[in-house]
Design a protein around this ligand. Structure first.
Ligand code: SAH
Length: 396
């Protein structure tokens, strides 16, 4: 049996990394603040409070961030206002594109050198961005590239939001051929465990869904938060009154195997985590998405499909099977197609709606489980351990 990693679930509370190093917070950004906070910040600069509204409209409404584009701000104070409220949080280090530019992965360097990735997927009817909520991840799932490197730090609210706003600007400028010019969906399926950075992720969801100029004006229903299954945080989310979609990374229907594949299962067992997911579904009326990476000869047995079918039958849930994306150095591979088909057949026979996710972004290491940070230092392409984890989307 694989040796199980030690988990660190307390980093949000302590503000430290697993190594005990104090995490360096990024500079304050308007996306960290509500409109009242932004007004206070411009007033401190000696500017009238309405400037907060103007700069917010530029950022969230027009999707521009360069001072020279803000011609309604007086030239003499433009730099000061943007310097205070729009510090650069994300610096692109590399950008890879495929599918005629409609799938794009960007690697960002944060102010302290930490690295994260986001992936954009454009379709004919929607544009989705897959965002990171942490630099690295402390959940240590052995099949996931991000899980191998450990947690560097939580992202701030604005660092999460800025990934989205950046891509929304790209879409608005018509950079995605054949796709709508409005970014409409967000999946928290990039690097990190969103519910381990709970407060900032929830603040980001709220801001992204408030209308401009307060926020970006997206629909809560078009946001998916994916979790390994941190039960207390799932219960808290249930009480938030949000209508985001919850995705639960289950990957095994039995504790024996899930203890290894998703080590947090040692703390919260399958029955408990499913209960918490069903409570979320009952409270919100929204079907939960059960994520299941299909790993050859590991979790793809017919009896496991049957067991999963029994656990989910009659529930407000659907299964999303993800062909495993092998990560460097892993001995695991995706299940053969006939095995996958049989798994789907058994789940559907049990009355459980089941889809298989497409594998967009594989060639740019932007697919599920492929985002892995090199831990700083020099960054090149995949040889230097670039990155990676996820980015796909469901197909029907
Ligand atoms: N920490 C969160 C969100 C990030 S990952 C979570 O675990 O849910 C998003 C999804 O990609 C999760 O379902 C995760 O288990 C899956 N994933 C990770 N590595 C993968 C891989 N190598 N192949 C396929 N899916 C993977």
């Amino acid at each position: 049996m694989t040796q199980l990693p030690v988990l660190n679930l307390s980093s949000e509370a302590t503000g430290t990394t697993p190594t005990g190093r104090r995490a360096t917070l990024p500079p304050r950004h308007l996306a960290d603040l509500d409109l009242a906070g932004r007004r206070a910040a411009v007033t401190e600069l000696g500017e009238p409070a309405f400037r907060a509204q103007q700069i917010s409209t530029h950022y969230f409404g027009r999707l521009v961030r360069e001072p020279e584009e803000m011609t309604d701000l007086p030239a003499r104070t433009r730099e000061a206002i943007t310097g205070t409220l729009l510090p650069r949080l994300l610096t692109p280090v590399s950008e890879l594109a495929t599918d005629n530019g409609t799938t794009r992965k960007t690697l960002w360097r944060l102010h302290d050198g930490a690295l994260v990735e986001s992936v954009l997927m454009g379709y004919s009817d929607r544009v989705t961005v897959c965002v990171s909520s942490q630099a690295g991840c402390g959940m240590a799932c052995p099949f996931c590239a991000t899980g191998q490197a450990g947690l560097t730090r939580n992202l701030s609210t604005a660092e999460i939001i800025d990934q989205v706003v950046w891509f929304a600007g790209l879409a608005a400028r018509g950079a995605l051929p054949g796709c709508p010019d409005r970014l409409s969906r967000i999946v928290f399926m990039g690097m990190g465990e969103p519910l381990a950075n709970y407060n900032r992720v929830i603040a980001a969801v709220r801001r992204l869904t408030e209308p401009a100029p307060e926020g970006l004006g997206l629909s809560q229903r078009h946001i998916t938060v994916s979790t390994v299954g941190l039960v207390p945080a799932m219960r808290r989310l249930t009480q938030e009154g949000l209508s985001v979609t919850l995705a639960l990374s289950l990957h095994a229907p039995d504790d024996d195997l899930r203890d290894t594949l998703v080590p947090v299962n040692q703390r919260w067992k399958v029955a408990e985590v499913l209960d918490a997911a069903f409570e979320y579904a009952a409270r919100t009326g929204r079907r939960v998405s059960i994520e299941y990476a299909m790993i050859r000869d590991v979790n793809d047995h017919p009896w496991r499909a049957d067991l999963l079918g029994r656990l989910l039958s009659g529930r407000l849930a659907h299964v999303n099977l993800i062909p495993l994306n092998p990560t460097p150095g892993s001995q695991w591979d995706a299940s053969p197609k006939p095995v996958e088909r049989e798994f789907v057949r058994r789940l559907r026979a049990a009355g459980v709606p089941t889809t298989v996710r497409d594998t967009r972004g594989r060639e740019i290491d932007g697919a599920c489980g492929q985002l892995a940070a090199s831990g700083g230092g020099k960054v090149g392409e995949r040889e230097s351990g670039l990155l990676a984890r996820r980015a796909n989307e469901e197909t029907q």
